[in-house]
Design a protein around this ligand. Structure first.
Ligand code: ADP
Ligand code: MG
Length: 335
């Protein structure tokens, strides 16, 4: 007899991850879909579709349906999920039929948005679909003691959103979600290069610049990087050198918005739990937390210890998948 599969889905704005109880993380792909606008057909999904950004002919457009942390395009999200679930069903095997699925939703999402996510997964044939809030999933995935009366603070910096959550006894004591994440930094870099040099660069180039010479902290050893883009005056390709100092200036504002969200959440923390935060600090998850100097910068601004989760990009997916067991345990304890 097959036992039903238990699957966790991290429906991120930048990346979708699927975790199976038996096989671990079985899929990690960008949340991008390429659509043929004439036929409305899905041309490519995931990594293949991301490769196409900025390079496609006019009739094919790559869409990021979850861009700002919510399902902006329900049909496209559902199609993307179907293709990706089908892809992993081969890896997971026959038990993929009628799986129990836990999906992680951003804590700022509305009831309507949650419903949309629920429906998209149900339409794939899931037996039961549970939704879990992102900070709880991230905390479970980061191995924090969520079911103890101890405050755990999670800061998850994703592509479109950053989520801050204080968790104790398996529940969210206080949380905050801002629609600012790693993607905003890329946008600011594009804007800076256009304004300063009259040069147009694409999203992929901007993301590379951020990863190579982007720093959260103003005090760092300056680096330079040669980048290529299109000169807006001549229309021709051009190479210029840019520095990490100017990139820091360009991305400073969204970084401060993320910092403010963390501060605001800590301020609402019940006093009985404040001591835990001073002792144990904050744990970072999400791809955006990999920005160079992020951990040190947040620690110095917040005056509490800041730790990196062991697997920042997979923590939410792992926690989502593992949450079933913990949710059941907590429900029993509450009785
Ligand atoms: P989501 O959960 O919203 O899908 P992720 O947690 O996958 O998002 O994080 C995606 C974001 O992390 C993107 O903005 C990406 O550019 C950024 N990112 C990934 N790696 C790095 C890195 N090494 N340095 C800075 N930013 C990074
Ligand atoms: Mg995420």
């Amino acid at each position: 007899m097959f036992s039903n599969a238990e699957i966790g889905i991290d429906l991120g704005t930048a990346n979708i991850l699927i975790y199976s109880k038996t096989k671990g993380v079985v899929l990690n792909e960008p949340s991008v879909v390429a659509i043929n606008v004439n036929t409305k057909e899905v041309v490519a999904v995931g990594a293949e579709a991301k490769e196409m950004i900025g390079k496609t002919p006019q009739n094919i457009i790559p869409i990021r349906p979850l861009r700002d942390g919510v399902i902006a395009d329900y049909d496209v999200t559902a199609q993307m999920l179907k293709v990706l679930l089908k892809k992993v069903s081969k890896t997971i095997g026959a038990s993929m039929r009628k799986p129990t699925v836990v999906v992680c939703t951003p804590s700022g999402s509305t009831a309507v948005e949650r419903r949309a996510i629920h429906n998209a997964v149900t339409s794939f044939g899931a037996k039961t679909v549970h939704l879990i809030e992102e900070p709880v999933a991230a905390a479970i995935g980061a191995d924090l003691p969520v079911d103890e009366p101890l405050a755990s603070v999670i800061v998850d910096i994703g592509g479109g959103t950053s989520e801050v959550g204080i968790i104790s006894f398996g529940g969210v004591v206080s949380s905050n979600s801002v629609r600012v994440g790693g993607d905003k930094l890329d946008e600011e870099i594009i804007h800076h290069i256009r304004k300063t040099y009259n040069i147009l660069i694409g999203e992929r180039t901007a993301e590379n610049i951020k990863m190579e010479i982007g720093y959260a902290h103003p005090n760092h050893k300056e680096e330079t990087m040669a980048i290529r883009g299109r000169d807006m005056v001549t229309g021709l390709p051009k190479t210029i050198d840019i520095t990490s100092t100017e990139i820091h200036e360009a991305i400073k504002e969204p970084l401060l918005k993320i910092l403010d969200a963390v501060k605001a959440t800590l301020e609402t923390c019940p006093p009985e739990l404040s001591g835990d935060i001073v002792d144990h600090g904050i744990v970072l998850t999400g791809g955006g937390s990999l920005l160079q100097g992020m951990q040190e910068w947040l620690a110095s601004e917040l005056s509490v210890p800041v730790h990196m989760s062991t697997n920042p990009q997979e923590a939410v997916a792992i926690g989502t998948g593992r949450s079933l067991k913990i949710i059941t345990k907590l429900q029993k304890a509450a009785k």
